[in-house]
Design a protein around this ligand. Structure first.
Ligand code: SAH
Ligand code: SF4
Ligand code: F3S
Length: 456
């Protein structure tokens, strides 16, 4: 029905600016917060100055990550008093969950604090704040309720690119002794398969070509699939690969203890499952793995990688490492270096151990001195850097399938991703974002590859 001029006059929509810290699950959560708010008429903005609501979606994994939030809150406080207009400030995510009211005590400028499992209640929390004028703190952990709300047909994907994240599993019951995640995200929970398939179809209809399934322990996902069969992640990936228009699948982050036969087999048989696997090992020392409560040995991990390479020889392996865990000796660290030599990684993330409040390892009496941590990290990163460079170097001269994701800085240039998750730059020619093209790799930089398109 055509609108009368009066009907088309409305107040400008409220704007929300969301800043995301931490892991991909927070990226996904921020997108979904945007969706929940858009139902209430909010538009997302990239300009913090014009925002009516600023959300910091935070990470508590290491001390540095958590401290960033407070310096950002200081900047926001100054911006708010300079602009002299009303701007609500919210702290979401894992720092919110871990610190709750303490945030408002340290930073009174904060109006809302809510954890990773309550952001679906955001519109109600805003209403409550507007009614009372007081800070609202919401840190319950009701995981299933969140997805009930988010899965409603009225919640539509907002502005996704070619590659999207999809959370299939949340929380963690593993309690590694260094880690805050079981406390900030709550107990392990798997979303039902039909809901995941439904969300994946919505994403593909909105133009998504690659989906990365997410979970703190994504390969612990389990559910009942078609005909009541028990499914693990391998079966779910196979079901997803039947969606027409979806070209690529990935998943992250996995725990070595949950790599089951079906998932390993999928790496050999599912043509849409990309040959890249992030499988954190943390340490190569059995003693340290034991104190970390990882509940697997270095040999078990190495054997897993061998089994995966048997079905998918070109798989690019990735991992996380912690150096300087309490009690780590030179011999323990040497075992980590040896494991890296044996496995060979295409990419990796490595960190100095950071004691986190409330975790068992933080009160261990045998903390490793900072200088030792720094020296070990430098040594490990140098080896990992060399391995990454030689993995990339080996791609020179090969023709790889590249999914075009976004325009480059130069006119006519596009950036895409290889099956191994490398960024690849090339001239666009006739092709556009969303296409998958064959690219001959010509040169290799520290963080990306360059090539030219060739005929299929
Ligand atoms: N669920 C994943 C890890 C999630 S946290 C897994 O089980 O592997 C991401 C990474 O942060 C971890 O793999 C670990 O390497 C690092 N990390 C977690 N807690 C840490 C801490 N207290 N200090 C330093 N690094 C830490
Ligand atoms: Fe943290 Fe361990 Fe759970 Fe990973 S498996 S999220 S490292 S407790
Ligand atoms: Fe950080 Fe929470 Fe992710 S602590 S790494 S944002 S699960």
């Amino acid at each position: 029905m055509p609108q009368t001029p009066q009907e088309s006059i409305h107040t400008a929509p409220s704007k929300v600016f969301i800043k995301t810290y931490g892991c991909q699950m927070n990226v996904y959560d921020s997108e979904r917060m945007g969706e929940v708010l858009s139902e209430r008429g909010y538009q997302t903005t990239q300009a913090v100055d014009e925002a009516d609501l600023v959300i910091l979606n935070t990470c508590h994994i290491r001390e540095k990550a958590a401290e960033k939030v407070y310096s950002e809150l200081g900047r926001l406080r100054r911006l708010k008093s300079r602009n002299g207009r009303d701007m609500k400030i919210a702290v979401a995510g894992c720092v919110a969950q871990a610190e709750g009211e303490e945030i408002v005590r340290r930073a009174p400028v904060v109006d809302l604090v809510f954890g990773p499992q309550t952001y679906h209640r955001l519109p109600d929390l805003l209403d409550l704040h507007n009614e009372t004028g007081a800070a609202v703190i919401e840190t319950e952990l009701p995981v299933d309720e969140k997805f009930e709300v988010l899965d409603a047909p009225s919640v539509q994907p907002v502005k996704r690119g070619v590659a999207a994240f999809l959370t299939v599993q949340e929380g963690c019951d593993k309690f590694c002794t260094f880690c805050v995640v079981p406390y900030t995200r709550g107990a392990e929970f798997s979303r039902p398969a039909d809901r995941i398939l439904g969300e994946a179809r919505k994403l593909v209809d909105a133009g998504v070509r690659e989906i990365t399934l997410l979970g703190q322990n994504v390969n612990a996902w389990h559910g009942s699939g078609l005909a009541g069969h028990n499914w693990s992640l391998g079966h779910l990936l196979d079901a997803l690969s039947e969606i027409e228009g979806l070209e690529r699948l990935r998943y992250t982050t996995s725990h070595p203890r949950d790599m089951d036969d079906a998932l390993i087999a999928a790496h050999g048989s599912n043509p849409k499952l990309m040959p890249y696997l992030h499988l954190p090992v943390q340490s190569g020392s059995d003693g340290i793995l034991k104190s970390m409560n990882r509940r697997h040995s270095a040999a078990h991990y190495i054997e897993l990688v061998a089994r995966i390479r048997e079905v998918r020889p070109d798989i690019a392996m990735s991992s996380d490492f912690i150096v300087g865990f309490p009690g780590e000796t030179d011999a323990d660290f040497a075992a980590t270096m040896k494991l890296v030599e044996q496995v060979t990684y295409a990419q990796a993330f490595s960190f100095k151990y950071s004691p986190r409040p409330g975790t068992p390892a933080s009160t261990d009496a045998t903390q490793v001195p900072e200088a030792v941590k720094a020296a070990r990290l430098a040594e490990l990163q140098s080896l990992l850097g060399k391995q990454q460079a030689s993995f990339n170097e080996a791609c020179k001269g090969r023709v790889l399938d590249i999914l075009l994701e976004k325009p480059g800085r130069r006119a006519g240039q596009l950036i895409g991703r290889s099956p191994y998750l490398q960024s690849v730059y090339m001239d666009a020619g006739e092709r556009t974002v969303g296409d998958t093209v064959k690219v001959a790799i010509e040169s290799v930089g520290p963080n990306s590859l360059t090539g030219h398109m060739v005929e299929a």
